[in-house]
Ligand binder design. Structure first.
Ligand code: PEP
Ligand code: MN
Length: 339
């Protein structure tokens, strides 16, 4: 339910309402708007009717049900886009499009530093790189684990750019949180609800990748798991879904971008690398993603893609990345955004 406060309702009235919400066994989420404050009351569907009595509490304008199954992620609760702070001077969800680039896996100090410096030089905003890798085969390279996180930290120090890296297990949340500026949940963990709940308790933003067979509604329900535990910093990432098409690794569902903009206030990033699996078509799809309203782009890049320990086929060379950045800048400008 959404409790809409009257314009000019006092702080004391807002607190009184949140106490009442919590006394009824719901969690309250206060959202300060420019004009008025709204309070989300989230809890058991069965007890929803109890909240209607709040209609007559001083300062309350209206009590409105949220029709969607996702509540905190929904546009019904929060009309304006959420702007999520990633680092001192970097936020996502506003006019600026955020470029996150780096190798699929962190392999060595030389590899990550060279790549990170290229990201910085071309005007990218964040470094990506996996230290815990969800590989289809248990015999494939699984990532450097904490040693990889330490290398990402070196890359951050060398460039001043924040780092996004994946956590695969609930067991490693504390470790990854210590090194990452943004914690990534991979496609394969989208419905690992225990992991999502744990990530709802941390203070870092979460990049939540869409699963390969996840509907937009299921994806937003996964975001809801994180939000409902108290972490409001969720960034969604479209990375392609499985379809009957075999010409590409996945099918990039760009429809998701404008749909999510309509349904949710959360920022959205597009990852055309995993979505296509093919180096030559990554930039064209990145341009399309910017054109249709994406707030950020995640790209896999590598100093020597043919030698990459994972996802080499879809990794751009550092030169392709620098050139792609120029094109991305032009499209961003054409749609009234900066990069
Ligand atoms: C990745 O970002 O390297 C990755 C494994 O992505 P996804 O979870 O989307 O497959
Ligand atoms: Mn990858």
């Amino acid at each position: 339910m959404i409790i809409v406060m009257k314009v000019g309702a006092s702080q004391a009235q807002v607190e009184h309402v949140t106490q009442k919400i919590e006394a009824l066994g719901f969690k309250s989420h206060v959202i300060e708007g420019e004009e008025r404050c709204v309070i989300g009351a989230i809890g058991h569907e069965k007890k929803k009717a109890d909240l209607l009595a709040l209609n007559s509490v001083p300062g309350v304008e209206a009590v409105i049900p949220i029709s969607k199954p996702y509540k905190l992620a929904s546009k019904e609760l929060r009309k304006k886009p959420s702007i999520i702070k990633i680092h001192k001077n970097l936020s996502i969800g506003g006019d600026k499009i955020i470029i996150m680039a780096g190798p699929c896996s962190v392999e060595s100090e030389e590899q990550i530093l060279r790549t990170a410096l290229a990201v910085k030089k071309a005007g990218g905003h964040m470094i990506r790189g996996g230290a815990f890798k969800p590989r289809t085969s248990p015999y494939s390279f699984q990532g450097l684990a904490e040693a990889g996180l330490k290398l990402l930290d070196k890359a951050r120090q060398a460039t001043g750019l924040p780092v996004v890296t994946e956590v695969m297990s609930q067991r490693d949340v504390e470790l990854v949180e210590r090194y990452a500026d943004v914690v990534q949940v991979g496609a394969r963990n989208i419905q690992n609800f225990s992991l999502l709940k744990e990530l709802g308790k941390i203070k870092k933003p979460i990049l939540l990748k869409r699963g390969m067979a996840t509907t937009i509604q299921e994806w937003l329900m996964s975001a809801e798991y994180i939000l409902s535990e108290g972490n409001p910093q969720v960034i969604l990432c479209e990375r392609g879904i499985r379809t009957f098409e075999t010409a590409t690794r996945n099918t990039l569902d760009l429809n998701a971008v404008p749909i999510l903009k309509k349904e949710s206030h959360l920022p959205i990033v597009v990852d055309p690398s995993h979505a296509t699996g093919i180096r030559d078509i990554v930039i064209p799809m990145a341009l399309a993603a910017v054109a249709c309203g994406s707030d950020g782009i995640m790209l896999e890049i590598h100093p020597n893609p043919d030698q990459a320990w994972s996802d080499g086929m879809q990794s751009l060379t550092l030169e392709m990345f620098a050139e792609g950045m120029q094109q991305l800048r032009a499209v961003a400008k054409a749609v009234g955004r900066t990069l």
